[in-house]
Design a protein around this ligand. Structure first.
Ligand SMILES: C[S@@+](CC[C@H](N)C(=O)[O-])C[C@H]1O[C@@H](n2cnc3c(N)ncnc32)[C@H](O)[C@@H]1O
Length: 274
């Protein structure tokens, strides 16, 4: 157990600070262990794409395998994320594991069509999108569609979204996500309800589930990837918070491996003459 926690701790240490305005809200460590082990099992030997992954579940699954804490895990992991800080942090960490798990990360915004190189390229996808409380799940559907477009006909998709039976919006989004998945030729293969907790000050008890979808009808695959229409960008990150940013860019800092030099200053110790 200690080796598991130390491996996940390496990943947690590598994550940039979360930006709440873009729904970056990080999963708690014990739940990361559960999710990363699950991802490693479901995607054992497969090429997997993560559409967004501030939590670091992709690196956690890869690191558990690379450190030989578990014997299984994905063959390769590709991250697509609009936050350059996350892309760089995954590239940096991934370099250390290239021999055991091939890791790559690219800047990509789900508002844009999926680039050709990623279309139909992977065996499975993983998403933990903005949970869609204020847009009837449109943000979840957008991430799901990109994951689906990025995968081959025998696609598996893991979707992590809010799940609290006492919060009606979570159940409506869950239902609508499953309905959209059916449209796209998937069935629910497994469902782990109310599984994870997050570092979320204003709703510390809000949990997410992990839902595994399997594509059974390749005829329903989308032939092309189109930009999201403007109406689908509204309330993307919450009420009055539309998708208006293409990329979060990383500012250069002198302290690559330490706290940003923008959040502190150094006050010199005055040393007198002897
Ligand atoms: C929306 S957050 C969901 C919460 C999750 N626990 C987390 O913090 O990663 C998931 C990931 O999606 C990324 N993301 C947010 N908006 C995006 C967009 N428009 N296109 C691509 N990735 C996006 C974030 O940078 C983050 O890595």
């Amino acid at each position: 157990m200690l080796r598991v926690l130390n491996a996940i701790s390496d990943v947690v240490q590598n994550r940039p600070p979360p930006l709440r305005e873009f729904d970056q809200i990080y999963m708690k460590v014990a739940d990361m262990v559960v999710q990363a082990e699950y991802v490693a099992r479901v995607f054992n030997g497969k090429d997997v794409v993560f559409v967004g992954d501030g939590d670091g579940i992709a690196l956690s699954a890869a690191h558990l395998k690379a450190q030989e804490v578990i014997e299984y895990g994905p063959k390769s992991i590709t991250l697509l994320d609009f936050d350059e800080r996350i892309v760089h942090s995954v590239q940096r960490f991934g370099e250390m594991m290239q021999e055991r798990v091939k890791i790559s990360a690219h800047l990509y915004n789900v508002a844009d069509p999926l680039p050709d190189e990623h279309f139909g390229a992977y065996d499975g996808f993983h998403i933990n999108p903005p949970w869609g409380a204020s847009n009837d799940g449109a943000s979840v559907a957008a991430f799901f569609e990109r994951g689906s477009q990025a995968t081959k006909d025998k696609s598996l998709g893991i979707v992590v979204i809010a799940d609290d039976p006492d919060l009606p919006w979570t159940q409506t989004v869950l239902r609508d996500t499953q309905a959209r998945a059916l449209d796209l030729g998937y069935v629910v293969a497994e469902m782990q309800p109310q599984l994870h907790l997050y570092h979320l000050d204003d709703a510390p008890d809000l949990r997410s589930c992990s839902c595994l979808f399997r594509r059974i009808d390749a005829r329903r695959m989308e032939a092309r990837s189109e930009p999201l229409t403007p109406s689908r960008l509204l309330n993307f990150y919450g009420r009055e918070s539309p998708l208006r940013v293409r990329y979060v860019r990383q500012k250069p800092t002198l302290n690559m491996d330490r706290e940003s030099d923008r959040v502190y200053t150094l006050e010199p110790l005055e040393v007198g003459n002897e």
